[in-house]
Design a protein around this ligand. Structure first.
Ligand code: PXP
Length: 243
């Protein structure tokens, strides 16, 4: 059975709460339900504009989750300070721009220096936090992540998820497989995510060496109709399917 972990991103539980600035729906309760349904990690993105997850959510999540807290954030001094205080198990560094609806692709690591993002990686690792870099499925990005000292890469699956037609989808899957192979060779832990859903997740889960898939929107969307517990359980079943 593929040993792929499921990270459930609960940002959009907080999106709904923030629509009314109420206490419900509570992301911490969502995290508890997701964990009870088989989520291995709870993922959230603390954005600079705080459009969904708030600082207090991170603290509350850290209190209830003894392990498996995975936080996405931009490489900004404010965010690094928060991460060092909260100490999630993982930080995934992502690019972030104010007008984007969601993360638009992987980090541009060309020209990155050990004195820039490399320094952030070291600081976080020094606090016992595993660091992953969100990258496009390209050899140069995976190699840079390795050179900068990351523990893991999260391959951006947006292009794969957007692709239509067997041929284009096959090409995008191949890009993910090749980048995954290189990550494995470089001893980087292999994660993937973005826009994965119930119809496209299985081939990505079956990529050799895949360790973790981070999925949010599809699971939270389905949970509106069938509840969070079955929505998480079904995704977990799919990603553990035999090839
Ligand atoms: N991984 C990363 C790095 C992301 O930024 C996001 C979106 O917050 C996800 C995974 C989850 O994407 P989706 O909500 O489309 O499943």
């Amino acid at each position: 059975m593929p040993n792929v972990k499921l990270g459930v991103n609960i940002d959009h539980v907080a999106t709904l709460r923030q629509a009314r600035r109420e206490v419900d729906p509570d992301p911490v309760s969502a995290a508890r339900v997701a964990r009870s349904a088989g989520a291995d990690l709870i993922v959230c993105h603390l954005r600079q504009d705080r459009r969904h997850i708030q600082d207090r959510d991170l603290l509350a999540l850290r209190k209830v989750l003894k392990s498996g807290l995975h936080v996405e954030m931009a490489d900004r001094p404010e965010m690094v300070k928060i991460a060092l205080a909260v100490k999630p198990d993982w930080v995934c560094l992502v690019p972030e721009t104010p007008d984007e609806v969601t993360t638009e692709g992987g980090l541009d690591l060309k020209g990155s220096k050990p004195s820039g993002i490399g320094k952030t990686i070291k600081k976080l690792q020094g606090a016992g936090i595993g660091v992953s870099l969100f990258v496009d499925p390209e050899a140069v990005a995976v190699r840079m992540a390795h050179n900068l000292g990351a523990d893991a890469v999260e391959l951006c699956t947006a292009e794969y998820a957007r692709s239509t037609g067997r041929r284009t989808q096959g090409t995008e899957l191949e890009r993910l497989e090749l980048a995954g192979y290189l990550a494995h060779e470089l001893k980087l832990e292999l994660h993937a995510g973005h826009a994965l859903d119930y119809s496209n997740v299985v081939p990505v889960a079956q990529i050799a060496g895949m360790r973790c898939l981070n999925i949010g929107f599809a699971i939270i969307s389905r949970s509106i109709f069938m509840g969070l517990k079955p929505a998480v359980a079904e995704m977990k079943r799919l990603i553990q399917q035999q090839p």
